[in-house]
Structure formats: C-alpha cells, structure tokens
Ligand binder design. Sequence first.
Ligand code: PLP
Length: 411
Amino acid sequence: MTNTSTTLRESADHRLRSRAARVVPGGMYGHQRAGLFPANFPQFLAGGNGAIIRDVDGREFIDFLLGYGPMVLGYQHPAVEEAAARQRALADCQNAPSERMVELAELLVDMVDHADWAYFAKNGTDATTTALTIARAATGRAKILVERHSYHGAAPWCTPGVAGIQAADRENIVYFDYNDLASLRDAFAEADGDLAGVIITPFKHNDGVDQELITAEFAGALRTGCDAAGAVLILDDVRCGMRLHLGSSWRDVDVEPDLSVWGKAISNGYAVSAILGRESLRDAATSIFSTGTFWFAAVPMAAALATIAELRRIDGVGLQRRAGDRFKAGLVDQANAAGFEIAYTGPSQMPYLRFVDDVDHKLSFEFSEAALEHGVYLHPRHNWFVSTAHTDEVIDRALEGTGMAFNQLAS
Ligand code: PLP
C-alpha cells in the first residue's frame, strides 16, 4: 500500500478541488461532497482493483464503501469486465433494446419468487419513482406510506434535502416510524380510502443511526395492511439487493412484497436498475409511461448478467457474510481493547459502527480519519459494505489499520 506524504495543499486532489469549485456547484454535491467526510479523505479517485481504491495522489485504501454499494464483486472484476467489453464491441445505446434485456428479465424472474416480470431503469431513484407510479396506476389512488427518515433516492417525493422542493411534491406522502406498529396504524388510517402503496427498505438502514432488522410483526402488519386496503407493498432492495439473499432481502422474513426495486449491486458498478413485480401488476406496469434514453443500454445489462452468474457460482452472499463476520469480530475486539463502547449493527455484509454517546459523530469522524491514514476507507456515518474481493487476507490487513486507528484514538 503506497500512501504518499503529499500535504493537502500541494496535492493533485486539492488542485482538482480548486478547479471544481469554479465550475461545479459547491465544488461537489450530494453524498460525495467533501464536507460529509473527514478532511483527509480524497474528493477525487483515480482507479480501483479488487477491494482497493487509489486516489489521484496515488494513495491506496482498502475500500468499505464500494461506490455506495455497487461493487459487490470488487473493482475490475474480470468476468464482468469481459462481458461488458463483449457487449460494447457490439453496441451499447441503440434505438431499441438488445437481447440482453430479455435474458436479464428472464434471469431475475427466475431468481425472485414474487417476480413475474421485470421493468428496467437506470438509477435506484428512477426505479423507486417508477414503482410508485405503477402502484398509483394500479390503484387509481395517490397516497404512499414512507418511513420517516428512510432514503429512497433523490426524487422530490423523498430527497432528504428540502431546498427547491414544493410542498405539493410531498402532499401525498404519509410517514410512519420503522418497527412502530402504532405509527403504522395511524399512517394507514390517515391514508384510508386513497392509499396506493407502502415503500419500505428490507431493514432500517438509515444513515447515522443504528441499523434495525424488521420485526416479524411489523413485516406482517405491512402485508396485512396493504391487503386490507388493496394497496401495493413495495420493497426497496436498492441498497441491500444481492447482499442478504439473491432472491430478495425478505426471503428469510416470510413476507412477499408486490413490487421490489433493485439497483446498485446487480451489475457490479454499471448503471442499470430494475422493478420486479407480480402478475397482478403487469397491466399497471404496461400502462405507465416511464422511460429514459439510456435505460435500455446493453452494456450494463450484460454486466448484470455476468455479475449475477458470478454471485451464484461463488456463493457471493456467503463470501460477503464471511468477510463481514471476520471484520466485525476483529473490530469489536479492538474497540473493547482500546476501551471504546461501540454499537455494531446491521448484517455483517453491510454493517454500521457507532461510538456510544458520540455527540455529533465526532469520534466516528476521528476514527475514520485515523483509519484512512492507515490505508482503510471507512465512511464516518453511512453503513459500510464488503465485497467478495474482501478475502481473509484483505480483512486482516484492514484490521491492522483499524487497530492502529483505535490506538491513536485512545492515546
Ligand atoms: N433506495 C435506497 C434504499 C438507497 O440506498 C438508494 C441509494 O443510496 C436509492 C434508493 C437511490 O439509488 P440511486 O442513488 O441509484 O438513485
């Protein structure tokens, strides 16, 4: 690992930041803006391979953010890159979809129990928004139940920022709290008579708070409430898809949604998302007009076919769990030894570490800053991700870095 000692001021990253400040609003926006990270984090990246990323100054880090989730097989995975290159040699964006679209729809319908059809888009946001449109077309109703702080993308109906958003964009959204049956009952009652659907993440994986698995009662109440109201239950599997179970993240909860939404890890870094749905919603999905110039591009679909085939071949979920368990065990030991009380929540494939009583995430920031100095890229307040490229050896190297970071924090 080559961590150069370029000072912040003379670094290539700093020069790029100065140029960006002139031509990009705020120098950067969204999740990627610098203010959300400790000061020593790079704003720009130059490349990646396996579990390693390299910044524009040549520093290398073991990555636990993976492009905010997509790189489930690691960067530059040969099988995915070969499939993408083969398709690129034929064509990517054309007047009509390629064969790859039908192949990918067939694969997803075969893999996911509740799916009888697949509808493709580009980002998770396109797909969650399209799912709402399908629910409204199916029911002829307007209201959607949404968990109060969950993230379903950057569309006006759900973006966490309010600047530029009109009250009308959200007037048909009714909020409830995760795993809180009373608040769910109230939300169903408030939307009574005009409820189109409910959208929910597989477990509570909101940023900056402990991750919470859904309770059986709550999942059951969502299903019963939707059935009673004739509303559509939408599982937003954009962040968790291909990480907990290849056949949808609620496989083990024993509740089936009517629609599920996928993105991020289905194509190991290529831009394609999907809505999968039940037979009963096929006509509604046919009736809507939701599309985009790039939605049918063939290269990302070829990449998705190769990604899913590889995840099946190598037991990708099992490998992620193994890597996550090893990382968790090491980190918990290190935190205890250094005298820090931490909450380590969420499935080990996509965990979240919080320091208990850490006002304003100050310790999290200091820990991430110290870990980065020792070659480990850990977001201070977003869940982390592991990939199948996080082998035992990679995890052990990462733990060497985090061990030094905990000691630094304790001294
Ligand atoms: N839904 C969930 C649960 C997400 O975590 C995200 C992105 O983080 C999205 C939707 C939006 O996906 P995208 O950023 O691809 O638009």
